[in-house]
Design a protein around this ligand. Structure first.
Ligand SMILES: *[C@@H]1O[C@H](CO)[C@@H](O)[C@H](O)[C@H]1NC(C)=O
Ligand SMILES: *[C@@H]1O[C@H](CO)[C@@H](O)[C@H](O)[C@H]1NC(C)=O
Ligand SMILES: *[C@@H]1O[C@H](CO)[C@@H](O)[C@H](O)[C@H]1NC(C)=O
Ligand SMILES: *[C@@H]1O[C@H](CO)[C@@H](O)[C@H](O)[C@H]1NC(C)=O
Ligand SMILES: *[C@@H]1O[C@H](CO)[C@@H](O)[C@H](O)[C@H]1NC(C)=O
Ligand SMILES: *[C@@H]1O[C@H](CO)[C@@H](O)[C@H](O)[C@H]1NC(C)=O
Ligand SMILES: *[C@@H]1O[C@H](CO)[C@@H](O)[C@H](O)[C@H]1NC(C)=O
Ligand SMILES: *[C@@H]1O[C@H](CO)[C@@H](O)[C@H](O)[C@H]1NC(C)=O
Length: 510
């Protein structure tokens, strides 16, 4: 898993999990979880499938509607430079057409019409105490630096020369596993937060599930060690009257690691079994990598290094990446896993090295890509496309590093992005990315030839799409978010509220 900021995510790769090595294993366990989901059902299977098909129909409708709206594409024509930010911000919020994602609102819209959020005041051992004990969060080194600055990490001074001067302070070496902290800080200041549980439609559980389990994933800690925090948390939560009232259906949580870290089914396997514990069943979970077959798992973007402080920061950054003169057709930043036979990343590395006129390699073996290097951002800013194989798990923080730099991702597994971040990325994969099946690459398809086949205009269009969507996958710096642009946090919360409202309106629970 490469990252601009892999300091504390630098869990030794040799010890990386027995996360499913290919498509096969995870799919198996996902079907298991779907089965167990059905087994829990009050209703018959047919009822479930009926609901699922209604649900997919709904999604198709939504996608259709959205593409019509998107085709207007007002953004580029009306707001071409950072200066226009000032015009925009002064427009009353209720008449703004959200530039990051066109959306029609009316004067009558109540900002919190989808409902209000109650945030549990958990005992500190479930969150803030973990940060206070940052020295003990992983077995090798302290994570205190990585968790500093409200979880955003150390200032990324090394890249200051690369980015516009006034945007440099918005860059940090952010660890990829800190979404729990970011979400907690932001939700406490959310405009739709209520302190009156009777008025709430959603209940947030600010438990740092990933930080709590981090250290116990390694060495010979026992299954019991890995499950301890989560078990205590669920004991606490299941005692709460509002949890009992809904069976958890209106509760949600952020879990700052990938879903597989919480899905251990046998004691000797990798991870905690947090998601499989009974009280978790109906709680919506925001994860950097979801199990696509579990309705309650929602994929949210990996935290990256750019944390804009204002609408103007975003607009200036978008303009900056749009103006890059990209000298390389494509690039690959990653390391091969020497120990693995037929390692796909090694193959991509070889592809790139053999096409050095058009491809730029950043070999991340050793410590090249650990914190303190600007070479990855520089490479993405200089390339039209970036190769994004799966990492140690299906997803990879690097996809977001790449897109923030306005580079177009080339994907080899559908689960790397398309089945993950539906709320955050365009519905039409071909509008912002290139998909080449991994078997075609193994069979000798030339990546360069596939990419060269796109005309300049097609590349420009895809890049515009990526740039348009940047706001939706960055996490803003301030506790209160940006002025009028919605960032990844805002999109996630809107999505959760909408989902809970629909659950109520339609009465679909199983
Ligand atoms: C809860 O809702 C009631 C009725 O809508 C309202 O009068 C009251 O002020 C609300 N309380 C809080 C704390 O928001
Ligand atoms: C594994 O457990 C044994 C017995 O509890 C302990 O002595 C040993 O230090 C542990 N090893 C590691 C690597 O933690
Ligand atoms: C989950 O929700 C269903 C339907 O409301 C309910 O029957 C079930 O008991 C809930 N599970 C848990 C663990 O609360
Ligand atoms: C890109 O190239 C043009 C023309 O060569 C030059 O004027 C411009 O400054 C370059 N932009 C950047 C960001 O280097
Ligand atoms: C790259 O070139 C080397 C040497 O010519 C060759 O052995 C290797 O198969 C090439 N790799 C790819 C992916 O084409
Ligand atoms: C990078 O990580 C090392 C330890 O892994 C730390 O000493 C150093 O301060 C970090 N640099 C930055 C810029 O965060
Ligand atoms: C590519 O490889 C797959 C199996 O990996 C095979 O099924 C397919 O026929 C091959 N295609 C070509 C064009 O060689
Ligand atoms: C290039 O594009 C043409 C038409 O768009 C298509 O038929 C052809 O297969 C493409 N070639 C490659 C290498 O993708």
């Amino acid at each position: 898993m490469i990252s601009i900021s892999s300091q504390s995510s630098s869990e030794p790769h040799s010890r990386r999990p027995k996360i499913p090595p290919g498509d096969v294993l995870p799919r198996k366990s996902s079907f298991n979880s779907l089965n167990s989901l059905l087994a829990h059902s009050y209703f018959t299977q047919s009822r479930v499938w009926l609901l699922l098909s209604i649900f997919s129909f709904q999604i198709i409708l939504l996608i259709g509607l959205r593409s019509i709206l998107l085709s207007f594409n007002y953004r580029r024509h009306h707001f071409p430079s950072p200066y226009t930010a000032h015009h925009r911000v002064s427009i009353p919020t209720n008449t703004i057409i959200d530039i990051s994602h066109p959306r029609i609102t009316t004067d009558h819209d109540d900002e919190c019409r989808s409902g209000r959020i109650f945030v549990y005041d958990l005992p500190s051992r479930f969150n803030t105490e973990l940060i206070r004990n940052c020295d003990e969060l992983n077995p090798w080194s302290t994570r205190c630096d990585a968790l500093a600055n409200d979880g955003f990490g150390q200032k990324a001074t090394e890249i200051f020369a690369l980015v516009p001067k006034n945007l440099a302070p918005a860059w940090y070496w952010t660890d990829q596993f800190v979404s729990e902290i970011i979400f907690h800080n932001r939700i406490l200041k959310h405009k739709c937060r209520t302190t009156e549980p009777n008025n709430a439609t959603a209940f947030y559980i600010p438990f740092y599930a990933g930080l709590a389990v981090g250290k116990f994933l390694w060495y010979n800690y026992t299954a019991k060690d890995r499950d301890r925090h989560c078990e205590m948390l669920l004991t606490w939560v299941r005692d709460q009257p509002y949890y009992k009232k809904s069976n958890g259906w209106d509760h949600f949580i952020t879990m700052g690691r990938i879903s597989w870290d919480f899905r251990r089914s046998k004691d000797e396997d990798w991870g905690s079994s947090c998601i499989y514990m009974p009280g978790m069943r109906n709680i919506t979970r925001l994860l950097i990598e979801r199990n696509p077959w579990d309705y309650f798992d929602v994929g949210v973007p990996y935290p990256t290094g750019f944390h804009p402080r204002s609408d103007a920061d975003i607009l200036q950054w978008q303009e900056f990446v749009r103006m890059q003169n990209r000298t390389k057709l494509f690039c690959f930043a990653g390391a091969k896993r020497g120990a693995m036979k037929n390692d796909f990343r090694g193959l991509l590395l070889s592809h790139c090295e053999n096409e050095s006129d058009t491809c730029r390699v950043v070999d991340c073996s050793g410590s090249q890509c650990s914190n303190g290097t600007s070479v990855i951002l520089e490479t993405f800013l200089d390339s039209n496309f970036c190769l994004q194989p799966r990492g140690d798990s299906f997803t990879r923080k690097s996809i977001f590093d790449c897109m923030i730099a306005g580079s177009i991702p080339v994907l080899f597994w559908k689960r790397t992005a398309y089945y993950q971040y539906e709320w955050f990325l365009p519905g039409e994969p071909e509008s912002y990315s290139v998909f080449i099946h991994r078997n075609d690459v193994k069979n000798g398809t030339s990546i360069r030839k596939v990419l060269e086949n796109y005309s300049k205009e097609e590349v420009r269009k895809m890049r515009e799409k990526v740039i348009d969507y940047i706001p939706r996958f960055v996490y803003a710096r301030g506790y209160e978010g940006l002025e009028s642009i919605k960032d990844a946090f805002d999109i996630a919360i809107d999505g959760v509220l909408k989902r809970f409202k629909e659950q109520e309106d339609w009465g679909y629970k199983w």
